[in-house]
Design a protein. Structure first.
Length: 443
């Protein structure tokens, strides 16, 4: 990792402040009065800080390719903005910003114009601002810097708790707290302070799109879906969870057969130590379904294009993530033409596009119909059982991979009972059989 945790913590705070400053200034210019546009009361906008940290983690190796740095910065930050917008809408039932009037927008949460701005921000961040911040943070004695960071983050945590309290209490109502229902007042009476009321008024002023009627309509729609006699109707949590497991299994099978045909040998393509499951494929199925669900009736070429871009970006980020977390590269396309850092290549990006069309047009409708035929109670219990299994499976796999990396970098025997257990249960021979293409990365 190019930057230390200490530096990343500074990045988050400074970029969050700069983002808040830019949004507040823009809102003030439009409204001709000062409005705090941040979710928090403090002058910080976390989405900008988080975007900067993601840039610093995933994009430094693309400095030699400014075009791809711009492209992946745009995709990374746009994905973060989309996730944030959808999350806030699900929590409150309302949009906090709306780009529906913009060209080339998606769900009102993102649009091409601001995505291009995010790409420019990635370039500016990596080439100009980050080097400056590294120099400036280095001027502060680290002991003093740690005290400052600890103090500010503690205050932000307190601010966040206050803002969340106000958000859930407000929950879409633009009226003052004395108009809240008696039931809601009883639940939140202990937290219904003057600070909370102030935060609610600020949120209502800063985000005029918080509409009470839209909340009621969305809540009614959600209640209607919840009362349905069909299991996992539409693109809901249970449907996506089931698709994750199906996609993870099918992805492992497809990759295994593909390797057998192209290399002449059978090899494991699983991401976990128990069972034939490819986490990358499972999450990919969820990602493609969530992003393209509303556009499943669009043309094949449209779905192919979106799938190629989204799938390629997703695979690239997965490669960087596994290298940062486990110090291991699980695939390397350096030998193929038109590759980017060996993490992705044009041919396999096209595969993602083809897979998107096949999935949305052919496989998904059939799987969706089969899933919805499950009894509601059995479907929910089975889904949660699989989730618990996969969480435990992934946790054990992470521990085994971490110990495998440690063994190969520091051959000394483990000094802990857990390490000894992992050495016994997951020796090098077993790990190399499960992850035959894993390459340890030296620092």
């Amino acid at each position: 990792m190019e930057y230390t945790t200490y530096q990343l913590l500074w990045f988050f705070l400074i970029y969050a402040f700069l983002g808040w400053l830019a949004e507040t200034a823009l809102a003030a210019a439009k409204k001709r009065r000062l409005i705090n546009r941040g979710f928090l009361n403090a002058p910080f906008s976390p989405v900008y800080g988080l975007a900067a940290v993601l840039f610093a983690l995933f994009l430094p190796e693309l400095r030699q390719n400014p075009f791809f740095l711009f492209l992946f910065g745009m995709i990374l930050a746009t994905g973060l903005e989309l996730f944030t917008g959808i999350l806030l809408e699900h929590l409150t039932g309302q949009k906090w910003w709306d780009y529906s009037g913009q060209k080339f927008q998606f769900e009102g949460c993102i649009c091409l114009k601001y995505s291009l701005i995010w790409g420019l921000c990635a370039l500016l961040s990596l080439f100009v601002v980050n080097p400056l911040l590294v120099t400036l943070s280095g001027l502060i004695p680290q002991d003093v810097g740690r005290i400052i960071l600890l103090t500010v983050y503690l205050l932000l945590a307190l601010d966040l708790s206050t803002s969340l309290t106000a958000l859930f209490q407000l929950n879409g109502s633009l009226k003052e707290p004395d108009d809240l229902s008696r039931f809601l007042r009883r639940l939140t009476n202990a937290l219904d302070t003057a600070v909370t009321r102030s935060v609610q008024r600020r949120m209502a002023r800063a985000y005029p799109l918080l509409e009470k009627e839209r909340l009621r309509e969305n809540a009614a729609q959600r209640r209607g879906k919840a009362d349905s006699t069909v299991f996992a109707q539409g693109c809901c949590f249970y449907k996506l969870a089931c698709l994750f497991f199906i996609g993870a299994f099918l992805g492992d099978v497809i990759e295994t057969i593909f390797c057998r045909i192209t290399t002449g040998v059978w090899m494991s393509r699983s991401s976990v130590v128990y069972g034939p499951f490819s986490i990358v494929w499972g999450l990919g199925a969820v990602l493609l379904t969530a992003v393209l669900y509303k556009y499943r009736e669009r043309s094949d070429s449209y779905i192919f294009l979106i799938g190629t871009v989204v799938g390629g970006a997703y695979e690239y980020l997965c490669s960087v993530f596994t290298e940062l977390v486990f110090g291991t590269v699980f695939w390397d396309y350096s030998h193929l033409p038109f590759n980017l850092g060996g993490r992705i290549n044009l041919l396999y990006c096209f595969f993602w596009g083809i897979a998107s069309v096949v999935w949305l047009k052919g496989i998904y409708p059939r799987l969706s119909g089969w899933i919805e035929k499950l009894p509601i109670r059995a479907g929910k219990l089975g889904t949660w059982a699989l989730i618990v299994f996969m969480v435990c499976n992934a946790a054990v796999s992470c521990l085994a991979l971490a110990r495998y990396t440690e063994r190969n970098t520091s051959p000394a025997p483990s000094q802990t009972e857990l390490g000894t257990l992992l050495d016994r249960r997951f020796p090098d021979e077993r790990m190399e059989r499960i992850y035959p293409n894993a390459i340890l990365v030296e620092d």
